[in-house]
Design a protein around this ligand. Sequence first.
Ligand code: ADP
Ligand code: MG
Length: 694
Amino acid sequence: MLANTVLHEPVSQLRGVGTALSEKLGKLGIVRVADLLFHLPLRYQDRTRIYSIASLRPEQEVLVEGEIEATEVINRGRTMLLCHIHDGTGLLTLRFFHFSTAQKYSLAKGVRIRCFGEVRQAGFKLEMAHPEYQLLNTNDPPPLENTLTPTYPSTEGLQQRTLRRLITLALEHADELPELLPPSALRQHQFPALRECLQLLHNPQGGKLDNGRLGGISTRLIFEELLAHQLGVQQARLAIQQVQAPAMLEENHFWQALRHALPFAPTAAQTRVISEITHDLQQPIPMNRLVQGDVGSGKTLVAVAAALHAIANGFQVALMAPTELLAEQHYQNLQRWLEPLGVETVFISGGQTARQRRRKVENLLLGIGHIAVGTHALFQNSVEFLQLGLIIIDEQHRFGVHQRFALREKGKQGEHYPHQLVMTATPIPRTLAMTAYGDMDYSVIDELPPGRTPITTVALSNERRDEVIERIAAASREGRQVYWVCTLIEESEVLQCEAAEKTAELLRERLPHIQVGLVHGRLHGSEKERIMREFKQGALQLLVATTVIEVGVDVPNASLMVIENAERMGLAQLHQLRGRVGRGKVASSCVLLYQAPLGKTARKRLDAMRTTTDGFVIADIDLELRGSGEVLGTRQTGDVRLKIASLVRDQHWLPAVQTAARDIVANYPERLEALTERWLQRVGEDTATRFFQS
Ligand code: ADP
Ligand code: MG
């Protein structure tokens, strides 16, 4: 539909876009000129007005203007430049870690300065670190911006300025965009024209955006994106029902045997979900089921029951975990449970040498190995199966949609596709799950195994670390084990590991009677495995770890969890981390260490953690907190990547969206492809097409 317009052309057709730049744009899913228009801002900077220093609050990103009072170079371990300014209402310090001599002299007393940056609290004072600034000629101050300045999602080496310039170019052609919403929806909801919405989103006037959040103008785009998503999901579901899978009708005698050997009985919820899965596996079309169960609800056992059903029917199973650590743990559990049944588990790891792997791979190809456990190494490497019948993906929020489909594709045997089971601990309300994962059926394990005592959570400031260390000593005297999780906001894994090493050293010093282990992402698989095994067996009392232990690790004797820098972490991640304790009969506790003073949102997050352990409640609060503030609606629910809509926040639109979807399918089928092409992301490989191919 876009044919013969500039919008349809590759971005390289635009002025100044060479190969290097179009590659970078490609990483953002921007391939054609039209994609630029739908590359929507993450947030806005307000350079339209000057704030008085007295009105500043920490975490605000604002424009300030004042006169320089004094400039000094100080040395606190490193040299820095401090420039103190005042504006008649208060004082603000600008802090520079890198500066030139010329810069130092230009920031002289009495000079007027305008700066833009994030305000932060330093002791009792406010400051800005490395603000953008300009020195002003008092008689002729430069004008302020008329519109808010958008900040776009970007990638390394791609400047905001470049994105803004290209998007402005693309906006000249916004008129050529075809209308894809059905007329009835346009009429009923009185949506403004598409061009108008895009203009405003890319160049918003301050007032129209109520505090930087998208106001009414975004609704139309949200609606359109939800519609595209809905249509995509429907198509995917239809496509899956067109293909064949092996109907596994034999009795699951392995499961009967394992159930009797287990020291506990499956919960009613586990039993129900297992029978839902069994029913799917008996059908001649591929199962495509999502199992959701809060941390500790016993998803592994459900996965094992499903695997055994496939194996009892003569098929092989692939079980994929998001991290090596988790894959190793699954492997050990499975081996322990399945070996007595004569079921052979094979561990495929990214860390294995080609030689180590060859035997294992051969066994899978010959059908001697029944179940393969691993990370994505399972489908990246040359692993082939004799008869793959079922793929299980654990903690799926770490896997993208396209990985799921690539895996299914890989398991294809003749006309038959494998069944697929996806397990997640991310709590998603049911109605939402039906939309977000509308291509899948959905089961919930809504019950925890009996005998668990709730976890007590406290938030302590870093000044009370000594108390925490004392608690660790006490726990270990009682024969309990402890996790200490080091988290850093920095993306760098190297830094994370270094921090964890330092902490481990310190704790070893302070707790000489305790065996302290350390796991982080830079250890070799075998080394990690050894330490985890020692912790599991109780040879180590304290495990210092980076967030590699976030998902799935299971050591029931661990009853104390300490999380550092808790104020910087998201609720979902904190909930996952805390879920590592409270798995045994003893009362467990969780200490959230934070650096004071706490921001408002951080305080609310920690409060939520203290007052509830219910994953659904936490998910709701998380949503509420994220919904506020300046972040626009790019919330991610599981692996559903949406540009502007949020399936949670915007769920009240879903009935209307469904009506519109039916309207499109019945009356405007030619718009279907254009809609999904416009909205579904093309990041890396072509997700949109894969969506339909599978
Ligand atoms: P998750 O759902 O977080 O993956 P796991 O599968 O790791 O949870 O199970 C958590 C712990 O509960 C494990 O030690 C597991 O053996 C145990 N468990 C699972 N099902 C039951 C049950 N029905 N009764 C008692 N313990 C169970
Ligand atoms: Mg698990």
